[in-house]
Design a protein around this ligand. Structure first.
Ligand code: ZN
Length: 273
């Protein structure tokens, strides 16, 4: 997910601007499934859970157990990483579950943070750097050395709030495109960290937004899949320009076209548009 430029901010989401985000951490710990050691630290502040009634259970189909396991070849990468842009079919491909937590994975995570900061992003998923595996990194502050670097491997949504909020989103795979997307205000997730340790966490505000955007990438869902037709009409020329750029670069026809995209289609994932 990209930080939004001030000139394109909507009043509903004025705090998305990267440099305006307060440095305090938005993460609220639920509990860990097992104890960990090492650098993946959540604040110890206790979080008062909202009433369970405001949450809906995520669909069972989101279980990562049903997803194929990544091989060493799936996790092979070359430095430096490059951002994959729409409409590259890598962004729509299935992403495999990771069950090898080795130095290669740590190096990949480091390189993903490198390119995320370099491109002014606040979140990045593995398919966006050409690897179809269930991995995302984010730091809602978007500055190296500030905020908290979050690494989620094989994340799963266990609950999400019924309350939906609009937010002005950007995406590193859609350079220069920013638009309103409606998503649940908060989510509960479980995942593994970069060492393979399972944990559960409840997210709200900006971390919940960034997580859901990146989680969508891991399901092959892109942010325009969740835009209303009015919002989509506004960014249509920019999407078409990316399709033309892809065709010019590859000599291949664009694998998808916004002209034939049906807004009514319910996207994969959770929540509603
Ligand atoms: Zn994105």
């Amino acid at each position: 997910m990209a930080a939004s430029p001030a000139s394109l901010l909507h009043s509903s989401s004025a705090f998305l601007l990267r440099r305006n985000i307060p440095s305090r951490c938005h993460f609220r710990q639920l509990h860990r499934l097992t104890s960990t050691s090492g650098g993946f630290i959540f604040p110890s502040r206790r979080f008062k859970l909202p009433g369970v009634s405001v949450y809906a259970q995520a669909k069972r189909s989101l279980s990562t157990k049903e997803v194929e396991v990544a091989t060493a070849a799936d996790l092979f990468f070359e430095s430096p990483l490059e951002i994959v842009e729409y409409p590259d079919p890598i962004l729509r491909a299935k992403n495999k579950r990771i069950d090898t937590f080795d130095d290669n994975l740590k190096k990949l995570v480091d390189e993903m943070f490198d390119i995320m900061y370099k491109t002014d992003g606040i979140g990045l998923s593995a398919p966006q750097v050409g690897l179809n595996v269930q991995l995302m990194v984010f730091n809602p502050v978007g500055e190296r050395g500030e905020g908290e670097e979050i690494v989620l491997v094989n994340p799963r949504v266990t609950k999400y709030s019924r309350k939906m909020v609009l937010f002005d989103e950007g995406c590193l795979s859609f350079p220069g495109i920013y638009a309103d997307v409606k998503r649940p205000e908060s989510v509960k997730i479980d995942a593994r960290d970069v060492t393979g340790v399972r944990f559960a966490v409840s997210l709200s505000e900006l971390p919940a937004r960034v997580f859901q955007h990146e989680f969508d990438h891991l399901q092959g869902v892109l942010f325009f899949d969740r835009m209303t037709s009015e919002v989509l009409d506004r960014v249509r020329p920019q999407l078409q320009a990316l399709e033309k750029k892809y065709e010019d670069k590859t000599g291949q026809p664009s694998p998808e076209r916004i002209d034939t995209f049906k807004v009514a289609k319910v996207p994969v994932g959770f929540g509603t548009r």
